[in-house]
Structures are given as C-alpha cells and as structure tokens.
Design a protein around this ligand. Sequence first.
Ligand code: F0G
Length: 463
Amino acid sequence: PFDKVPPYRVKVVEYTTPTTRSQRRELIKKHNWSAPNLPAEYVYVNMCTDSGTSAMSDRQWGAMWLGDESYFNSKSWDPLQDVLQKFTGMAYVMPCHQGRSGEAIIYETFVKEGDLVPSNCHFTTTRAHCYYQQAEPVDITCPEYYDENDPSWFKGNIDTEKLKKLFIEQGDRIGLVELVVPNNLCAGQPVSMANIREVRQIIDKYHKREVIFCLDVARISENAWIIKTHEPGYQDKSCLEIVNEMLSYADGCHMSAKKGGLVNMGGFIALRNKHYWQKMHPKVIRTDGYITYGGLAGRDLESLAVGLMEGVNDYYLQDRQRQVDYFANACRKRGIHIIEPASCFAVYIDAGKCVPHLDHTQGPATCLSAQAYIEGGFASTAMDSLQRGRIDVNNPLDTSKRIKAPYELIRCAIPRRTYYEPHYDWAAECLLRAMEWGNKLPAFKPIIDDRPPLELSEIGLHT
Ligand code: F0G
C-alpha cells in the first residue's frame, strides 16, 4: 500500500510561524532576495535542502538514549560499524561529522597538486577540496542531461567516452575518480548500475597510476530505488542489495548521512584497503576526533545506525518517491516547467522556461524563487547562471561574463518524512503565483558600488 500511503504516522509535530505578505517582502529584501539567506523561522514550507532536515523516527530517538559518550572506543560505535559494513560491503569504515569532513580526508590522501579529478559533476564541496589540493575538478556529465527532451532515467551518468579519452590522454594525472549518485548539481538525476560498472572497467583498463574510484553516496538509497524500478534486471532485488552492488565496483565512498542516513548530523567514509584506512587515521584525529567517533556524539552514532537502515528500506523508499512524484505532479498540473524526469529527492524547476523574458544574466531562478517566498512563505534554492557565474572572480559584477548554466534551476529539495500533500500543493501554488506575474517579474541587477563585490540588488518584486 505504500505507493499510496506513508509507512509511518506522526508522533511529534513542529509548529510553523505565520507571516504576512508585507513581512515576507521586507524579510526577503533584507536578505538579498535569496531564500536560503532568510531566518528559517519565517519560512513556512522549507525546501531549500534535504540535508539534515529530515524527521527522525521513534526508534532513532530511542537509540539516542543508549549513546555511550566515552571518548575512546565508545560502545555506540559497535552497532554503527556493523551497519556501515553491511550497507557498504566494505570492511574499513570511519565516522565523520558530515560529508565534507570525510571528503577533506579523502582528497588530502588521494589528490596531489596538478591532478585531474573526473566526475559526473562534483558537488560544491568536493570541487572546493580539489582546488584546495591545487588539483582540477573535471565535470563530464553525459550528453543526455543537456537534452531536455531526452526521456531516459539516468541523465546523471558520467560520459564514459570522455572519461576514457581523458585517461588515454592524461591518465598520469588521475588518482581519484568521483561519481555522485544521484547527481545533485545536475538536477538530481540518477546514475545507472551500468554506468558505475563501466567506470570500473575503464579505470581497470586505462589507469596509468594507482586510481581510487570513490562514490559520493549522500543519497545512494534513493538512487537505488530508481535502479530497482527503471533498470532492467533489478526489480526483484532489495534496495540494500542494489546499494551493495553499486558499491562493489568502487574502492571507497564518503557519505553525508544528513541525507539518506535520516539524521540531522553525521557522515562516514568506507574503504576496501586497510592500508589507506590506516593512512587516514592521523588526519581524522587532527580534524574530526578519535577514529571511533569522528566528531559525533555517542548518541549520534546510535541514531545513524538505525537511520541508515530505515533509509534503505524498500517500503520507505517507495513512499519517498511517491512524495517526490506528488510534488512533481502538483507542478506539472499547474504548468510549472520542471526538469524531466523528476529526481528521487527533489524537483528541479526550469525557471528559464517559466519566466522566458529573463535571460541567464538576469537570474530567472533567483527572481522566481524570491517571488515564490513573497507569495506564500515557500523557500527553495536558486541554482541559475547568476549563482554559477559568481565563480568568475575576476569579473564578478560583469553580468555578461557570467557563465551560462545548462538550465536555470530552482531546486525544491524534499525533506524526508516531514511534509504532506497540502504542503506540496501549497509550494506549487506559490511557484504558480510567482510565475503568473509573467514579464512583470523584474530582473536582478548587480550593485556597482563599494559594497563587497558579490551583493545583488533588484528593481522591486511584486507586493
Ligand atoms: N555530496 C553531496 C552530493 C551533497 O549533496 C552534499 C551536501 C555533500 C556531499 C556535502 O555534505 O553538507 O554533509 O558536508 N549537500 C547539501 C545540499 C548541502 O543542500 O545539497 P555535508
């Protein structure tokens, strides 16, 4: 029945703060017309991110009471270690306080100055770790992603032809390959098992030095659900079996457990190679804490051990996808353009199509997202050229120099076990009302004055 009804019910609720339209207008103006900048208290439906925003279960809260807060070898590490080994199929596991702290350790260990780090599209933090190591992130997303009419389910794949070519031409510069499953910054599109398998084969055949193949697994369980339902040969497998197979092709992985781990804080690293794991110990101790707690309290370890397994449960995942699809349909029904297919953890609005009078230098997603907040307290994250262009540090104020993103996206990420159908309908309604302003919706203009260079202004959203 879980394709129709959630497999859980509500035990604790959190009240939201009502706001008026004029308050919302003042608030968003004060906070640079950017929903993620708002004080969260004044957001009614918050879809800025699905990271750390999920509701924990009674089992997780119960497990927290068992937390052993000893510094060395806390007893709470034992159940988590077991679960991590079972989830990843890897013997050597280490907790860390969130995704990026685990990534920092991996990048420090495997990436050298002058390296290239290919990926289907780095998340912001692994990209930053590349630069920090004086290496270069290389994003090679598959061509299907750039074709808005392509109906395939795995538009988050890496372009294996380009990967092969990169290995042949510059393999001596590659020591780490990173696949983000699913591909968050490319409209959350999933990655297929076939693609992961092929990357393994390419590395085995073309490597010129030792290469670590790593998966960024923040939302791997949700990706597994798409493989189960859309990739031939997997429909009779459990999502845990699918996760195990995905990871069987990799040498290691890092997870921000704040997503699929169903916790508010936490992460981990897993590896096959004992030597590398030992090599990471001093780094983890320097930045996160002892190797059996990695910056987490004993109670966090306990709740993650429960949450990770709840998050890979097939009935839970079926309901999760049902919620994403419900919101996607609420948008489609209202004529709001979304990236198809809808992802497995978020719906990405194609703002370029919703407000076609604004070009990529005018921040169509930033504008539409700000107006949707004014309409009804709905917060989302703009990921448009205006945001991407900020990396042109030499010319931050020259809009014509802003790098054009493939799509002008608004990410509406769906927190887990948190919202219900009326919230999704309300969120879609806010986007519709914002979109209905049509060409009256104004463009953003950069401020040319002595303020810090990246501030933005606009010429008056609708009250
Ligand atoms: N990898 C992916 C794919 C992510 O989406 C994130 C975080 C991280 C790594 C870093 O994990 O935040 O625990 O340090 N994504 C959040 C988001 C912030 O909103 O998508 P972290």
